[in-house]
Every structure is written in structure tokens, then in C-alpha cells.
Design a protein around this ligand. Sequence first.
Ligand SMILES: [Zn+2]
Length: 435
Amino acid sequence: MPLNAPDQPVSRHVSQQRLQARLDTLARFGATAKGGVDRQALSREDALAQAQMVRWGHELGLKASRDPAGNLFLRFEGLDDGLPPVLSGSHLDSQPTGGRFDGVFGVVAALEAVQAMAEAGHRPVRAIEVVAWMNEEGSRFAPGMMGSAAFSGARELDEFLPVRDGAGIRVDEALAATRSGLDELLAPEGLSPVVLRPLGGPVAAYVEAHIEQGPVLERVGLSVGIVSGIQGKHTWRIEVLGEAAHAGTSTRAERKDALMAALAMVQAMAQVFHDEDDVTKFTVGRFEVEPNAPSVVASRAVFSIDLRHPDTDRLNAMSQQVQRLCTEHRGPCEVVVQRLSAADSLSFSADMRQLAQDCAQAQDIATLELPSAAGHDARYLNPLAPSAMLFVPCHLGITHNEAEYASPHDLWLGTRVLADMLQALTTASSPESVT
Ligand SMILES: [Zn+2]
């Protein structure tokens, strides 16, 4: 049974000005010279942004809590405490040269939706929790989406804790530093420490608003997109072990050049995964060489692989070739192929997509259904509860870039649709009927 768009929509209380002011405030934490953001997961800047969210939540009477995975929740109490909550949010962390909207928009939009609800006097039957998932980007600590993966039970938190960043800091150390950093920021303001809650728990539904990170909506001139699903993504860490040698004296036959072997692997994969229709996405975004000295043969090379395709079977078929291609092209070196993550393509709930469409239509907002080429935390929430994603246009599709831009009007309209969806999902009799 599909849900209905609300009769007395709370969306009329969604404030474009407040939304924009909050985005501007959060953009200061980790602001870069070129107008972007460098706010990597569990960094000082991340803690500052989280503290700001807690502050705003406190003003609205929302209860702040965090789980052992470092996910932050702001709870808007419902009439029945026993019912599973509806979750809405995204992430606060960014790429090193990230934009002001990726992730942070979904968190701020969820808060704005809750505030609109409070102002409209809508009492939800079940709680709504605004959530900021830990380490969506996977830039400082790989893989990404650690927080939502651990929350959903798709991955064990223990797997992530020993992961180190480039400076050798472990995830568990960074989690502890962020927790105490957050408490130190809040204590002088008389705000109580953020309560620790258990990992996971039942969820009634999940809605995530996000910038599109592609050019489609802008091209067709629409402000809101309803996401049909997310394309599959597999990631690897490849380590090639050779031997350091003198660049002038060592013969070709003697050399175990880790860099040359790694390049041969990358080139072989780029060739095999090349498709005419440009659907397969093959990326080697990280490459490290040791000792990284001009006159020394490389003894070690480590690189990443990010492989995506919307067709799960095609993705799995390509995925199976990674080990073989790396082994075939290792030359005299050794290679260790480690798959870090493997996520299939997914489709979001038809009822949730319909609800998004109805809520938009009731406000005369035209929408388009489109797939997401990028991964999002909603991927891990989808098996747990009926989930949906809303997209707003992202200028020229530029993202993971300091020039990332989304217009205040589009962000406002996306938040309006989100607010009415959350209202519909927390009105009597919902959302047991959602599938
Ligand atoms: Zn994002």
C-alpha cells in the first residue's frame, strides 16, 4: 500500500535562508582557499562540524547520540518511543579538495525538515533521526561508507578499526580523538557530552537528499531527481613488491621494478575493461611508489582500483579478472591483490519512489527518475528498511572539486520534498505499509 503525500504539508515551513546560512556555517570548517572544503573523516574539522550540528539540534530540543562507529544522530522524539525511527541524513566528511554540498546538504536538509515539522506543529508518531554517517568518502580511511556499513551490519566495525590513514593513525584512534574533541567543544557551552548508543537497531525508513554529482538534472532544467538505484562498485588495494636497485648499474635482467610491473597491470586492465558505450568506470586514483627516489628502481608500488558498472553480472565478470590480470603482468615481482569492498547494483523501494513523486507533485515540482552513478550511504540502509534518495542539480556535474555548486533555490525545493516525505512517513499508520 503506497503512502500519501500529506494533507497539511510541513514543506511550507522549510526556510531557504536558514538552509543556506547553515550550509555557509558548515563550509567554514575545513574551508579551502578556492572556496571548497577539506573536512576529512574524523579530523578536527569533522569534529567542529559535528559540534555545530549538535548545537543546532540542541536549540530544537533534539537528543544527540553517537554510536561506536562514530555516526552522529539527532533525535526528534515521536509520540511512540517503541516504534523504530525514520532516519534521514548523509555525511559531513569531504574529499581533500571537496565541495560545500556533497553530503553536508543531506544532513542540513534533514535538520531543516525536522525544524519545519516542529514549526508546523507536526508531532511524528515515530521518532525521526537526523544522521551524519562516518567516513562516507573513504579518502582518509579506505574503504568509504564505513559508518553506514557498520551500522547496517553489512561489515563488522572491527574490520575497520585497524585501518590507518596516510600518517599511520588508526580508525579507532581517530574515533577516540573525535569523541573527546566533540565533548571538549561542547562542554564550555554547558552542552552535555554526546551520549554513546549501541551500533545499529531497527529502522522504519531512510531518505537521503544529495547533490546529483552528474549533469543530467541541470541539462533538463529540473530541480529534483528521484533516484531509481545505485550502480555496483568493487574496490581493491594492489601491492606490488620488487627490489630497490641502482638506476645506473643494475641490468634489466636483474631488476625487479615494482613500478614497471604496476604500470603493466594498470594498462592491461584499462584495455580489458574498455567499453565502447562508456558504461564501465575503471579508476586508479591512488598510486604510491617506494622509495620514490629518482635514481632508485622502485621496490614497492601500491595502487587502488575502483571499478563500477550498473549491471551486477557484468561487474562480477570484470571483477573476477582483476586477480588474473595482476598476476599475469607482475613480471619478476610479487603481487598481493586485496579486494576491499564489493557492492552490487541496487534499486530503491517502488513505494518510496512513488511517495517522493507524490510529495513533489503536490508542490508542483516536476521530477525525473534517474540512477545514481556514485555510491551513497543509502546503499547500506536499503537492505535494512525501505529507502529513497532525492537529487538536486549540481552545476555542470562538477563534484569532488572546490568549484562544486548547487543553487539555493534547487536545494530549497529538494528539502521541501524531503520534509513532506518525512512527514508522510511519520504520520499515523505509516510506514508499515511501505515495501
Ligand atoms: Zn556524498
